[in-house]
Design a protein around this ligand. Structure first.
Ligand SMILES: Cc1cc2nc3c(=O)[nH]c(=O)nc-3n(C[C@H](O)[C@H](O)[C@H](O)COP(=O)(O)O)c2cc1C
Length: 198
């Protein structure tokens, strides 16, 4: 692999002190030289409404869609809200999937990581997110899986990922993601969703 792949990181929490964002920052810090990770923000996206998806859709939608198009791959980091993905994450997926035939997600390889202070690793959210990604044509890496439970226990006082085992798991996850991304050369070469028929 000769160049670094551009990976957009989406965080399902809008909270300033979000644990999920802290884990995402940890991932950015741990990324191998073959991956260049950067945030794609979803907090300012108006709720998806087809009536607004005209020839001049809301600017935050067009900017967001362009950001996703420019990536080679994606990394979704999500908490869990009431046993599902947060509404902001689902809204982002909906916004990117339309208008029909211009789905920016299509064919982009991705990783999914779920995070919670609770005990179950936000597994319901994780799998609901994978289900939505399948619907928009995103090949999400099936294994390894990462579900982070009791997240406060792996972070230091400044929010950095300090737990050595967690750092090792995240580092290995990123290495596996780098290999997964290379399995989709068309997506990487295009650097833009080819546009799905959905
Ligand atoms: C509306 C709401 C619903 C929640 N439901 C769940 C849940 O189903 N499962 C879970 O593990 N945590 C749940 N939580 C707790 C979150 O895991 C916790 O607030 C966590 O800090 C959210 O992630 P963040 O720190 O990245 O914002 C919920 C929190 C909120 C605000």
């Amino acid at each position: 692999m000769s160049q670094s792949r551009n990976v957009g990181v989406l965080v399902g929490s809008l909270r300033k002190e979000s644990y999920t964002r802290k884990i995402a920052r940890g991932l950015i810090a741990l990324a191998p030289p073959t991956l260049s990770l950067s945030f794609i923000e979803i907090g300012e996206l108006p709720l998806y409404n087809p009536d607004l998806d005209t020839e001049s859709p809301p600017k935050p939608w067009t900017e967001f869609r362009q950001r996703v198009r420019e990536t080679d791959a994606l990394l979704f980091c999500t908490p869990e809200h009431n046993r599902g993905m947060p509404a902001a994450m689902k809204n982002a997926i909906d916004v990117g999937s339309r208008p029909r035939g211009q789905n920016v997600w299509n064919g982009k390889p991705a990783g999914v990581i779920s995070v919670t202070p609770g005990s179950f690793g936000a597994m319901a959210s994780h799998h609901q997110l994978r289900q939505a990604l399948a619907a928009v044509g995103v090949p999400a890496m099936p294994l390894p899986e990462v579900f982070i439970a009791h997240v406060e226990s792996v972070l230091g006082p400044d929010g950095a990922v300090t737990n050595e085992k967690t750092r090792e798991i995240l580092g290995k996850y990123l290495q596996a993601l780098a290999v997964w991304i290379e399995r989709f050369p068309a997506a990487v070469k295009a650097g833009a969703g080819a546009g799905a028929g959905r």
